[in-house]
Design a protein around this ligand. Structure first.
Ligand code: 5GP
Length: 211
């Protein structure tokens, strides 16, 4: 019998306020790690220019989304900025069954639900270096002053929920590569973690070897 535990897929949640650089980090991670796949969320917000249905999001009407909630289709869902966002459960279970790791870029209310449903999920929070940098990044994106203030407030609220996360990575100005490497390091360390399930598997395999 092999002593090597079977390949284990992980659920990796990445959250961070708007302006933390979370989206750029997620894109880089996916590009560099072909083993990772991304969960495609459902949302009721309207597509932005360039976004495609079924690739960036599954764009649903409110009725469709609410039907999905009722029939238990979502592993988690939340209302953010007056729109529904949710992760289809099927994608997660399929990935885990096939031993693939799946990345979820979701906000904090959803992250808390994922942790409850999948206690082994890895939760990583991306922090901007400071409130000033966060505002400056939003300004550079052409965000209006009112919108910047609103997002800054949301960011403070999100950061106050950091307790539920396993790791926090600061995305320093001009040091994107370091932040991506830190996240990669955390993900690979997690695959060596002795979770109850892994402990059981190792003990079973070694006992089997002895007899
Ligand atoms: P945006 O509208 O800018 O694409 O996303 C707004 C926020 O919703 C971001 O923080 C994003 O990470 C989060 N989000 C995207 N998909 C999901 C999801 O399926 N569930 C939850 N809870 N949040 C999501």
């Amino acid at each position: 019998m092999s002593r090597r535990p079977p390949r284990r897929g992980q659920i990796i949640v990445i959250s961070g306020p708007s302006g933390s650089g979370k989206t750029t980090i997620v894109k880089k991670l996916l590009k560099r790690n072909p083993d990772l796949c991304r969960s495609i969320s459902a949302t009721t917000r309207k597509p932005r220019p360039g976004e495609r249905d079924g690739i960036d999001y599954h764009f649903l009407s409110r009725e469709e989304f609410e039907r999905g909630i009722e029939s238990g289709e979502f592993a988690e869902w939340a209302v953010y900025n007056d729109n529904y966002y949710g992760t289809p459960k099927r994608q997660l279970d399929e990935a885990l069954r096939e031993g693939r790791s799946i990345l979820l870029a979701i906000e904090v209310q959803g992250a808390a639900q994922i942790k409850k449903l999948y206690p082994d999920a890895l939760l990583i929070f991306i922090l901007p270096p400071s409130m000033e940098t966060l505002k400056e990044r939003l300004r550079r994106r052409g965000t209006s002053p009112e919108e910047i203030e609103r997002r800054a407030e949301i960011a403070l609220k999100e950061i106050s929920s950091i307790d539920i996360y396993d790791y926090a990575v600061v995305n320093e100005e001009g040091k994107l590569e370091e932040a991506v490497k830190a996240v990669e390091m955390i993900i690979s360390a997690q695959s060596f973690k002795l979770t109850p399930e892994r402990i059981k598997g190792i003990k079973r395999a070694w006992r089997g070897d002895e007899v």
